[in-house]
Design a protein around this ligand. Structure first.
Ligand code: NAP
Ligand code: F7E
Length: 372
């Protein structure tokens, strides 16, 4: 019998990597998918579409997508009762911190109550003794950090409606574990990125813009807080940690992080270095700019075909390629995050495999090809 998993947020970055991992391990994967006016399964198709199975079976026999929404209690309860999953990964969320300031009520409904709906559905379906539940908790819980690096015992101080909603979800997960003996665990994951990261998160915004600038398609990249520091890992490594958390003998809460932090400015510098371009930073605050010699801006919308190593083949100009735009500031900022994943290493045997330069390189290589 195949193990059955149910992933909410299956169409997102982590949902797609986790589906790949679970399908490769022989799981039957069920996913909650929102009805949208355009197809939203591109990540799943790219990461899982070519999977081959040793028993000769096909993807259609193992991957099942169900329409639904984390705000719809009846839908969630019915699906969990029908699927009777061995493992639930609750990844669905309005996951953009800046957007959460503009949509605090909706963000709370999805990210806070959405988690409660899952936990309560498991209880109502009398699956408490069977189903292991993973909750996608976040380093945003630490917000205005109380100590560095952050561990499982660091006090929380969220700084956004997103962080506050995730705090409710974190404690509900602990509460269902303590009240009903449910196998419910929190993975407190620090930022993790990949070529499949949403395009409005800072890392992907940078790699896409750098690829467009190098192809003569974009004048400059406008960013908010260049000094923000994050502990950035690779989503592929981090979904492995999610799986290990649910395979452990007992439920618990785990920090998942690389233990290394970099600023947004460093990420930009490395992204352009991948293209053979070095950025000169000048000015400060709102007037800070990044200047570089890059291919001239084209006006016909056709990429110039840039690839690393081909820099000398293009007419170039020196210009401002990065500028600060206060529209991207947040009402309250999380300035610095750095995780200590010693518990995950000791208890789960997990550690981040991908280095920061490898992550930036993989994302840049992907986006330089995606331009076409
Ligand atoms: P993501 O790419 O934004 O994916 C979010 C997923 O949730 C998408 O599948 C999205 O569906 C779905 N979703 C949004 N609202 C929903 C709703 N009302 N009902 C059902 N599904 C809904 O996020 P991610 O980076 O994969 O992150 C996965 C989870 O980990 C999230 O809970 C996030 O908050 C948390 N997390 C992420 C990080 C990180 O650095 N990536 C770190 C810590 C924690 P659509 O495709 O239809 O939009
Ligand atoms: O911002 C700064 C911004 O939006 C990172 C989510 O997955 O990770 C993510 O949340 C930093 C912040 O991610 C821009 O102010 C500067 O300090 O990429 P981000 P995030 O807010 O850290 C956590 C762990 C989650 O749980 C979330 O779901 O970069 N920044 N300039 C910018 N950020 C954006 N988005 N855009 C800018 O132009």
């Amino acid at each position: 019998m195949r193990k059955k998993s149910f992933i909410t947020g299956i169409t997102g970055q982590d949902g797609a990597y986790l589906s790949h991992l679970l399908l490769s391990k022989g799981y039957e994967v069920h996913g909650l998918m929102r009805r949208t006016s355009q197809f939203n399964t591109a990540r799943l198709q790219e990461l899982c579409g070519n999977l081959e199975f040793s028993d000769g079976g096909s993807l259609e026999d193992r991957l099942f997508l169900h329409y639904g929404d984390s705000t719809d209690s009846l839908n969630i309860t019915t699906l969990i009762e029908e699927i009777q999953p061995d493992e639930i990964y609750n990844l669905a969320a309005q996951s953009h911190v800046k957007v959460s300031f503009e949509m605090p009520v909706y963000t709370s409904d999805v990210d806070a109550l959405g988690t409660l709906r899952i936990l309560e559905a498991v209880r109502q379906a009398k699956l408490t003794g069977k189903t292991h539940v993973y909750q996608a908790s976040t380093s945003e819980l630490f917000g205005k950090v109380q100590e560095t690096p952050q561990t499982e015992t660091t006090p929380f101080h969220p700084r956004s409606p997103y962080g506050v909603a995730k705090l409710f979800a974190y404690w509900m997960t602990v509460n269902y574990r303590e009240s009903y003996g449910m196998f419910a665990s929190n993975g407190i994951l620090f930022n993790h990125e990949s070529p499949f990261r949403g395009e409005t998160f800072v890392t992907r915004k940078i790699t896409l813009a750098a690829a467009r600038i190098m192809n003569g398609l974009q004048d400059r990249l406008e960013l908010g807080n260049l000094d923000a520091r994050r502990d950035w890992g690779h989503a592929r490594d981090f979904v492995e940690a999610m799986w290990r958390i649910l395979q452990h003998d007992e439920p618990g809460d785990f920090i998942i992080a690389t233990g290394e932090q970099h600023s947004v400015r460093e990420f930009v510098t490395l992204a352009f270095e991948h293209c053979g371009v070095s950025i000169r930073w000048e000015g400060s605050g709102l007037n800070e700019v990044g200047i570089a010699r890059v291919p001239v801006l084209k006006h016909d919308g056709i990429p110039n075909g840039f690839q690393p190593g081909k820099f000398d083949e293009f007419p170039t100009e020196e210009r401002v390629v990065v500028a600060v735009n206060p529209d991207f500031f947040r009402p309250a900022e999380v300035e610095t995050l750095l995780g200590n994943a010693a518990k995950a290493q000791e208890v789960l045997g997990w550690r981040a495999e991908t280095t920061f330069p490898q992550l930036v390189s993989e994302m840049m290589s992907y986006d330089l090809k995606k331009i076409y």
